[in-house]
Design a protein around this ligand. Structure first.
Ligand code: FRU
Length: 476
């Protein structure tokens, strides 16, 4: 029997393919006015198979237009994850002296190897390089997800490949011939699963251009903080050849402590003032059981990534891209004391919520989202634990998989006596950004009928909701 369609869980502002399977974002690149989003896709079904690169474009990072499939399997295998760059100066020689796009992907057949393709028509059609693979498998089972960046000081291209328990770095002058430079990772960070989908970029700390650190992103197939797959980051230095970790090797830093932020990638060549990325909003623990139809898989909201100095050192911070504000429609505002005053409830399952609480006698406070008679997703702050949390144990359809009904938490220091929350709700997802954005939780939820209320709550006393704005996010 074929599954019934689930339009109630189709996000309005998050990208989903019209139909069929999607996992990792791939080939994120900006070129000639368009943000390209390629993605792991099965054009023929809702299962993880026939891996191809699906394609969508946007001019504003929030309205997406899906285009025909860009890369399909060939005799070297399926098309696994990878990246893309603009070859401005035609270093590859593919573009007759003009600029063009070059994509890097893993050919996943009998072994995993790195291949390339190029496009002279803004990513609409691609030519696979006749000499593929450009990096043959060196005898490793896991050898995939090439990410290419331009390193200006050394005047070369750098590719990172995830190889089980490490990232291998390669260098090239022409995007075709690659020499190994170095390796990073053995003994560093979390190794609960194989390493996948690296990314690398340099960011200023608190916007100070004189204080810059390199951020190495590594996704890990299992052993994440909420169970299953998750993304971690390392801060350090990159000299064009070697990445050096600033922090103790055993230290683990998670990017997002919810269950559903995986394989994030940042846009190459982006004109945006900040580094912008998004992730696949799912988890390998249950990705194949996600109950949506006729599509399976969603991306997170594109987020600006930064570094910020906190009491515990430099941390990664994230916030939704500013472009999202253009989708804001009706706003409802309120302030008062939760746990004392009569508190309003707000309807809506596609909302952008901006809230500021002041600590008082309550031991927890926040919102019940997607709330109905017998269900709610609790998004709150636990004062004693000093933690932001999302509890989806009673969020609706929780029998997605074992372990799906759970509470996820991340440390968040109040700013004085203030706790700031930014919450995006989009029919089947919660993204919560605490304080300046260094505490982030992303979770899928599947509310059943009537689960469309937002209600402030407080337990064990009261909390001042000093300011609340509830914006509807409009459809394009
Ligand atoms: C990460 C990943 C990648 C691989 C792709 C296959 O989610 O496992 O390592 O390239 O998915 O779809």
């Amino acid at each position: 029997a074929s599954a019934a369609n689930t339009p109630q869980w189709r996000p309005d502002v998050h990208f989903t393919p019209h139909r069929n399977w999607m996992n990792d974002p791939n080939g994120l690149v900006y070129f000639r006015g368009e943000y390209h989003l390629f993605f792991q896709h099965n054009p023929e079904g809702i299962e993880h198979a026939n891996l191809s690169w699906g394609h969508a474009v946007s001019t504003d990072l929030t309205n997406w237009q899906e285009l025909p499939v860009a890369l399909e399997p060939d005799e070297l295998g399926e098309i696994f994850s990878g990246s893309a760059v603009v070859d401005h100066d035609d270093t590859s020689g593919f573009f007759g002296g003009h600029a063009g796009l070059v994509a890097f992907y893993t050919s996943a057949g009998e072994t995993q190897q790195q291949s390339i393709a190029h496009s002279s028509d803004n990513g609409r059609t691609w030519t696979k390089y006749a000499g593929n693979p450009v990096i043959a498998n060196p005898g490793l089972e896991d050898f995939r997800d090439p990410k290419v960046i331009r390193h200006e000081p050394t005047g070369r291209w750098v590719m990172m490949v995830a190889a089980g328990d490490r990232i291998v770095f390669y260098g090239s002058r022409d995007l075709v011939h690659w020499d190994q430079l170095s390796e990073f990772g053995v003994g560093h960070g979390a190794h609960g699963g194989v390493w996948e989908c690296p990314d690398l970029f340099e960011l200023p700390v608190d916007g100070d251009p004189k204080r810059r650190r390199w951020v190495l992103i590594v996704s890990t197939g299992s052993g994440g903080p909420a169970g299953g797959s998750a993304a971690q980051y390392f801060l350090g230095d990159f000299d064009g050849t070697t990445f050096t970790n600033d922090n103790p090797a055993e230290e683990v830093r998670w990017v997002d402590k919810g269950a559903d932020f995986y394989a994030p990638q940042s846009w190459s060549n982006s004109p945006h003032g900040s580094r912008v990325w998004l992730g696949w909003m799912s988890n390998w623990n249950y990705a194949k059981q996600v109950p949506t139809h006729p599509w399976r898989g969603a991306m997170t909201m594109p987020r600006e990534v930064g570094l910020t100095e906190s009491g515990t050192g430099v941390r990664l911070s994230q916030r939704p891209v500013d472009e999202l504000r253009r989708r804001r429609g009706r706003v409802r505002r309120w302030s008062g004391v939760v746990g004392r005053d009569e508190v309003p409830e707000f309807s809506g399952s596609v909302l952008d919520v901006v809230a500021e609480f002041r600590l008082d006698t309550a031991d927890s406070f926040g919102f019940d989202a997607f709330a109905g008679r017998d269900q709610h997703t609790r998004i709150g702050y636990d004062v004693r634990a000093g933690e932001l949390f999302v509890d989806r144990t009673e969020s609706g359809r929780v029998r997605v998989a074992e372990g799906f009904p759970a509470r996820h938490a991340v440390a968040l220091e109040p700013e004085g006596t203030t706790v700031r929350l930014r919450i995006l709700l989009d029919r089947c997802s919660v993204e919560v950004f605490g304080g300046a954005g260094s505490a982030v939780l992303t979770d899928l939820v599947f509310p059943e009928e009537e689960g469309d209320r937002l209600r402030p709550f407080a337990t064990g006393g009261s909390a001042h909701l000093t300011s609340l704005e509830v914006f509807d996010l409009d459809r394009p």
